[in-house]
Design a protein around this ligand. Sequence first.
Ligand SMILES: *[C@@H]1O[C@H](CO)[C@@H](O)[C@H](O)[C@H]1NC(C)=O
Ligand SMILES: *[C@@H]1O[C@H](CO)[C@@H](O)[C@H](O)[C@H]1NC(C)=O
Ligand SMILES: *[C@@H]1O[C@H](CO)[C@@H](O)[C@H](O)[C@H]1NC(C)=O
Ligand SMILES: *[C@@H]1O[C@H](CO)[C@@H](O)[C@H](O)[C@H]1NC(C)=O
Ligand SMILES: *[C@@H]1O[C@H](CO)[C@@H](O)[C@H](O)[C@H]1NC(C)=O
Length: 556
Amino acid sequence: MNEEGLNSPVLGACSVMAKSTSTVLPSAVGHHFWTRSKMKCAFTFLCAMGLFCIIVYELYNWTSVLEQYESPHKEVTVDEIMLALSWAASPANFTSITSSSSAERSVVRLEHPEAQYCVGDTLSVLVEMKSYAGHPKAHGGDFIQARILSPKLNAGASGDVTDFLNGSYLVRYRLFWPGEVQVSVRLIHSSETVKLLQRNWTQDYNKAVHTGTFISGAKKETSLCSLRLGSDRPLCEYRKKEDGEYYACYRPKTLPCDTLALASSVYPRGYPRLTKEEAQLLDMKNSGIEIKNGFHPVTVFPCTGATYGSTKKCVAGMNSPFPGGYFFSNRWSSSVCQTGFFLSEYAVTRCLKGKTLYLLGDSTARQWIEYLEQRLKGMKFTLKGADLQLAVDANNNITIRWIRHAHPWVATYQSSVNASVTIPEALDSIAAVGGGQEDVIVVIGTGQHFRPSPPEVFIRRLLNIRRAILRLQARCPQAQVFIKLENNRDIKLGMIRFSNWYGYMQNLAQRKVFEDMRVALVDAWDMTVATYSLKLHPDNFIVSNQIAVALSFFCD
Ligand SMILES: *[C@@H]1O[C@H](CO)[C@@H](O)[C@H](O)[C@H]1NC(C)=O
Ligand SMILES: *[C@@H]1O[C@H](CO)[C@@H](O)[C@H](O)[C@H]1NC(C)=O
Ligand SMILES: *[C@@H]1O[C@H](CO)[C@@H](O)[C@H](O)[C@H]1NC(C)=O
Ligand SMILES: *[C@@H]1O[C@H](CO)[C@@H](O)[C@H](O)[C@H]1NC(C)=O
Ligand SMILES: *[C@@H]1O[C@H](CO)[C@@H](O)[C@H](O)[C@H]1NC(C)=O
């Protein structure tokens, strides 16, 4: 297999445009031997100087907003991001499922019913959570997903959930389209289940362990590999001091550590440390259940006749709220900027002409290359490996490259360890051909394979991605960088490893890590909540809309 450009970072083809900007702000100095009048005069002078400095400083600030790639970004720590992931966990210790939240017993009520609803209005509902025993819950922490929908119009949008921490939740919806609109609130996990998941998530480093295969010539040996192993046996440890990442295997019998070539996941079966009651909490039967509405669907009128939408141009770094848009006729419109024009073959080709698209991450990022290869007639795969895929439209000079991210990688098949790279390594290998003239677009889509590992592992990787993006933006100021958030998925493989609550928390971490950067979010989460899609690999209409959102940032 061709491993071109993977293990040897090619730097420097983009010109580095860093300027040395040193500003010296005068400090006020007082001298005791100055006379009163001299001081008055000096005071006036200093005031004038101060004003001048403020103007210069403001101008400097303003230009650095325009040239953000030059402004220093502060270092962020794992702990700072962890703080952003606070969750009001259930206070009581779990005893029995009868005291935990039950979707069947709870009810959704319409708040302040209006005589008439118009497009653009906000519709609010109150969720009153009750236990299986039927008692009102007195604390928050339940994990809810809410949406409005009009199935006949293929329309849907997510709702914004506020936890009042007293057993009630407010859900607010923006009414984006006219028609009959249904409200759907689902209890994904009770707060008791979240507490259990949270404990397991933060403590267990060994839910996604590997069998590593060491290969040298004809000789093969296997051993257990993981993100954390006891030091009771000799280890092969894989780490680089500068990025804080770690992976280890028990040392194979004879082969050296650097012959580690392949890894495949092993899932320990069952829930050994869960009580019977706890296992019931994690049962799929009790997840994602719709809560009854105490009201009928509402009819939304156009009123002013205007359709809902933004006419602003999408720009990287702009606010990206949740919910941030809606589906109508299976077409996504952002509520903050103009999207949705890039669904036809013609529009996509015109936009991507002459560009190189890098898709870095997991199979949800790979869906983009698969979709584009199907959709664009001129686009053909020239390489279709497990770690690297390349598709080219020679006539239009479009190159799409997907690069799989390295461990943590969860797969029961043998995946390469020695030939795979982390996203930061892949970012460092990107060189813009032709002295930075060629347009480079980078889409980062990761998270699903990190769900079984503690949040710290994902956050550390995100911080390394953050630094690598800053390096890329210094080398290639023209590069467009997208963060595709994680989407909802099915949980057949086991809630405790892959719950969507982990995905939700990881998305909060991604938003926090990249919030001050010149990157754009593609909120795949929002799209799968709006449709309540539970496919690890969302349907093509969702993928096509993810791509259309990204293209809206660099084409008109
Ligand atoms: C829950 O259990 C832990 C450990 O068993 C104990 O320290 C804590 O006080 C308990 N909390 C409550 C609210 O009962
Ligand atoms: C919970 O808090 C909200 C907001 O403060 C309030 O409107 C609601 O009535 C409270 N619910 C209960 C059951 O106390
Ligand atoms: C987490 O869940 C896994 C899978 O059920 C279980 O094997 C493990 O013991 C749990 N770990 C902790 C710390 O609860
Ligand atoms: C594609 O790129 C090549 C080399 O840079 C150039 O000669 C050619 O004109 C380009 N073709 C199109 C259709 O832009
Ligand atoms: C990875 O290991 C396999 C098996 O030994 C070998 O064939 C392959 O060349 C190695 N790849 C790299 C990039 O080292």
